[in-house]
Each structure stands twice: as structure tokens, then as C-alpha cells.
Design a binder for this molecule. Structure first.
Ligand code: ADP
Ligand code: MG
Length: 308
């Protein structure tokens, strides 16, 4: 089987919508909707680092699309399409069939199509996905807009994927294998949230990006962070490590004024969980039941000598 038959057997049919040119030529060609800006991002998943090499291929396919749609969601963008750069160590057709089905299922769930990519051989399985989407001018929700007094909120439970990584085959395994990008929630927050990002590398570290970009500080009430019952039964230090420094959540973390929060909850059924408030300064203070505490580690970092 050649590179070209891999593409035509497993990927060509994933260009589904009506675009001018899809998979098969040198580039894809399509027209942006009127008065929309292009929003783009890329995320790479490396076997042994972002997923276990023997993880189910369908889950790897789903997750590699989902983590990119999560980045688009974090901007309040409407996802449109993805491109897939795939480096395979060997040609395993069973694996490829399941992997492309995972890609297709996630694309279909969010109305996205695969419009191109690249296929190469490489000793380490590596999947790099570029995602494209749209947002109207000035509507993208940036990291830099948080204001003193804003509430800090998340869209769902934090720490579940880190729990699943630590305790294999637990009831939370699906949260690690099949993250759900918060696309609709992110879209609904346009015009309401003052800043936003998706939680991929640990809540404390990711929130730190908002604080840095917005030049503000924060106060977080640990006991208000939504978490799975499985985590609540653990020792408090372990809870803090999983919820504040664990990765792979793909929930959104955003800031919102009291007035906008009121309007938002009246208009939409989405339920944000308030976990703290923006303060002046540049530091994040953590409290559990009024008790201040400090964090040993705030999240995942590539290249850091002290990280796992
Ligand atoms: P080129 O040599 O011009 O870069 P390729 O032979 O790499 O073109 O790719 C041929 C077509 O197949 C292009 O449309 C490309 O976008 C698409 N393609 C290649 N690999 C993949 C893949 N893994 N997933 C989706 N589309 C792919
Ligand atoms: Mg070419």
C-alpha cells in the first residue's frame, strides 16, 4: 500500500461539505463566509507523550481533532475544517481504519471536515492537526480581557482526565480518551466573557496565562471547583494536584463580569461554575474553605526539568 492509497482509502472521503477543492490536489480551496475572520491553530500529539502507544486508535483519532476544536472553542470561533499531518512508524491497516473512524466521528459531531494533510513515515507515531474556524471581527475572546472584579468560571469538571491517567481503567477513562470540546458553550460566551482559554495543561497554569495577559491577579476557591466524586474521596493534596495541576481537561476557563453573568444565565441553559474572582495584582491566591494554601506544581510543561 502506498501513501496515495492510504490517503484515498482512509482520508479522502472525510472532505464532506461543499468546498471548491478538497483532498486530492496540492491545496484545498474554499471561500470564507462574508465578514468573518479566519481563526487557526495547530496541536501535535506524540505517542508516549500525549497518549499511550497502545491506546485505542479510534480514541487517538477523536482526541487529536477534539483538542484542536477545543482551542477554537476557547476563542469563541465556529469550527470549519481540519488538516492532518500524520507520521506513521509502520503501515497497520486495522489501526488506520480505526484512527480515521475516530477522526471522522469527531469531525461529524462538530460539523467539521478534513480538507487536507500530509502522510509520512517516522519511527514515532505523531499526529499534528491544524484546525480552521471563523469569528466575526472583534468577537474573538482573548486571554487579555480579564478585569478586576470579574468572576472566574469553568464550564465543567476539572481533574477527571488526570485522575484517569493516574488510575488506569477507572470509571473516568472516557474523559481522558474522548475529551468533549466545549464548542457551543464557547460560541454562547461571545459578547459575555471578558477573557477565555481552554484548560489543557492544568487549571492553575492555564489561568496564569489569563492573569499574565490581562495583568491582573486572582483568588480561587478550591472547594467551588467542580470535580468528579472519584476525586473528592482522595486525600486533599492529591485532589489539589489532580484538579489544579492535572492536564487534558479541555473545559473552558473564562472571566465574566457580574452583570454579564446575569444576562448570560438568563439567556442560555449553559451552567458556568464560578470558582473565584479577578483581583488587582499579578498573583493567584488559592483558598480551601477560607484557608490559604500554595501549590507545589501548577501544570504540565514541555522541556521543564522538574515536570513529569
Ligand atoms: P503534495 O505532495 O502536493 O504535498 P500529497 O501527495 O502530500 O500532496 O497529498 C495529496 C493530497 O492528499 C493533498 O490534497 C493532501 O492535502 C492530502 N493528504 C495527504 N495526507 C493526508 C492525510 N493524512 N489526511 C488528509 N489529507 C491528506
Ligand atoms: Mg504538491
Amino acid at each position: 500500500m502506498t501513501e496515495f492509497s492510504i490517503i484515498s482509502r482512509y482520508f479522502q472521503s472525510l472532505t464532506t461539505q461543499d468546498i471548491s477543492v478538497g483532498i486530492g490536489d496540492d491545496c484545498a480551496v474554499f471561500s470564507p463566509p462574508e465578514n468573518q475572520q479566519l481563526v487557526s491553530c495547530i496541536d501535535t500529539l506524540v505517542a508516549g507523550r500525549h497518549f499511550l502507544p497502545d491506546a485505542p486508535a479510534h480514541a487517538i483519532g477523536w482526541k487529536s481533532v477534539a483538542v484542536n476544536l477545543s482551542d477554537l472553542a476557547a476563542m469563541g470561533a465556529t469550527p470549519h475544517s481540519v488538516l492532518l499531518a500524520l507520521s506513521l512508524p509502520t503501515l497497520n491497516e486495522d489501526w488506520l481504519a480505526e484512527f480515521s473512524r475516530g477522526i471522522a466521528d469527531c469531525c461529524q459531531q462538530y460539523g467539521v471536515q478534513l480538507i487536507g494533510g500530509d502522510t509520512t513515515q517516522n519511527p514515532t507515531l505523531t499526529i499534528s492537526i491544524t484546525a480552521l474556524g471563523w469569528v466575526a471581527p472583534h468577537q474573538a475572546i482573548l486571554r487579555s480581557g480579564a478585569q478586576v472584579g470579574d468572576f472566574i468560571a469553568v464550564t465543567g469538571q476539572i481533574g477527571s482526565a488526570a485522575y484517569a491517567l493516574r488510575y488506569p481503567d477507572s470509571a473516568l477513562q472516557n474523559t481522558l480518551d474522548y475529551p468533549i470540546p466545549q464548542v457551543e458553550f464557547g460560541l454562547a460566551l461571545r459578547g459575555y466573557a471578558s477573557s477565555m482559554l481552554d484548560v489543557s495543561d492544568g487549571l492553575a497554569q492555564d489561568l496564569g496565562h489569563i492573569l499574565h495577559a490581562s495583568q491582573v491577579g486572582a483568588r480561587i476557591q478550591f472547594e467551588q471547583i467542580p470535580m468528579a466524586d472519584e476525586i473528592k474521596t482522595l486525600a486533599l493534596d492529591t485532589q489539589k494536584a489532580l484538579v489544579l495541576a492535572g492536564g487534558d481537561d479541555y473545559q473552558l476557563c473564562f472571566t465574566i463580569s457580574a452583570e454579564n453573568l446575569n444576562k448570560f444565565t438568563q439567556k442560555f441553559d449553559f451552567k458556568p461554575y464560578i470558582i473565584g474572582q479577578i483581583e488587582s495584582g499579578s498573583v493567584c491566591h488559592f483558598f480551601n474553605q477560607q484557608q490559604a494554601f500554595t501549590l507545589k506544581q501548577s501544570g504540565y510543561q514541555h522541556f521543564a526539568t522538574t515536570s513529569h
